[in-house]
Design a protein around this ligand. Structure first.
Ligand SMILES: NC(=O)c1ccc[n+]([C@@H]2O[C@H](COP(=O)([O-])OP(=O)(O)OC[C@H]3O[C@@H](n4cnc5c(N)ncnc54)[C@H](OP(=O)(O)O)[C@@H]3O)[C@@H](O)[C@H]2O)c1
Length: 285
């Protein structure tokens, strides 16, 4: 299992996985749309082959999996505004890569979905991701689906709100989650290349309520805590209006965040990076 193809390396999690793979001495090939989004320290590294390709265009990735042992994909729409849908990217683009992997005899395909995505298929993002998971499970390849809770990169929003003086939470703020740092998750993903686990639900080392996350953000920012709790009936009404009057490209991400912020999202506690240390990093950045 020495040669790895990574798709998604220009993103938050993919960037950490790329560093982890290279640091552990794997030969890595990565498919990117824009080379300048890769971690600059890795460009020119002799363990890393960078190829340009558009996963949404099967022709442009033809034979990308030749001589590859393991494929890892973290590809998905988060904040991209390319005019594409989750079905175009989270499902179809990953399926294009899976087809290449099958054609070239790849040994294992690893994919990053979301925690409890299989129970949230009424959300557009999870519908697309889980459709891909279904295809992966039926591909005949060895596979692993990583199911993370939230990422620290998204927790930055709480810190930004605290710095501006007020944090807005949905409901009473007592739902819980254990978000994970990309660095910790990257170690878990790379370790999983060598294990037989088919599904890995995973979160960070601390389970916190959203009130606790907000209070931590205020404590680090040095601002007095001011939290506004938005009643759930308002969030439900807003979601209904958005689903009725806007396109899925607009409401998809909002629907996802409003839903996961109004439920518990807790998986096995893994990793060592704390959210407080992450907020402190943001403060000094
Ligand atoms: N954020 C969370 O809390 C969370 C929690 C659980 C699971 N996840 C999932 O974990 C995965 C990775 O998340 P992340 O935060 O690392 O996302 P990210 O920073 O947005 O990175 C996503 C990657 O997908 C690529 N991508 C997006 N649209 C593409 C397209 N049309 N064609 C080719 N590549 C495309 C991006 O390439 P470009 O750089 O070229 O755009 C980037 O490399 C996502 O699938 C996400 O849904 C996220």
């Amino acid at each position: 299992m020495n040669k790895v193809l990574l798709a998604g390396s220009t993103g938050y999690l993919g960037g950490f996985i790329l560093k982890e793979l290279v640091n552990r001495g794997f030969d890595v090939k990565t498919i990117v749309r824009s080379v300048n989004k890769l971690p600059p320290s890795l460009i020119g590294n002799n363990k890393l082959e960078i190829v340009h390709g558009e996963l949404t265009d099967p022709k442009s990735i033809e034979n990308c999996c030749r001589n590859i042992d393991v494929v890892i994909s973290t590809v998905g729409i988060t904040k991209q505004k390319d005019g594409l849908t989750y079905m175009d990217v989270d499902y179809q683009a990953n399926l294009n890569l899976l087809d290449e992997a099958k054609r070239n005899g790849v040994k294992k395909f690893m994919y990053v979905s979301v925690l409890d995505g299989d129970k949230l298929t009424h959300l557009k993002i999870c519908e697309a991701k889980e459709r891909f998971v279904f295809a992966l499970k039926n591909s005949g390849l060895d596979y692993c689906v990583i199911r993370p809770s939230g990422y620290f990169s998204d927790m930055g929003e709480f810190y930004e709100m605290a710095q501006k003086g007020r944090v807005y939470l949905f409901g009473d703020g007592n739902y819980k989650m254990n978000p994970i740092h990309g660095e910790d998750l990257a170690i878990i993903c790379v370790d999983a290349m060598q294990t037989k686990d088919k599904e890995i639900p995973v979160g960070g080392p601390q389970t916190l309520t959203y009130n606790q996350i907000a209070e931590m953000a205020f404590a680090v920012s040095g601002r007095p805590p001011k939290i506004t709790h938005i009643p759930l009936f308002i969030t439900k009404a807003v979601l209904l209006l958005l689903r009725t009057f806007t396109s899925v490209k607009f409401y998809g991400p909002i629907e996802f965040f409003m839903t996961v912020l109004t439920m518990d999202l807790v998986a096995d506690e893994r990793g060592t990076c704390t959210l407080k240390a992450y907020f402190e990093e943001l403060k000094t950045a």
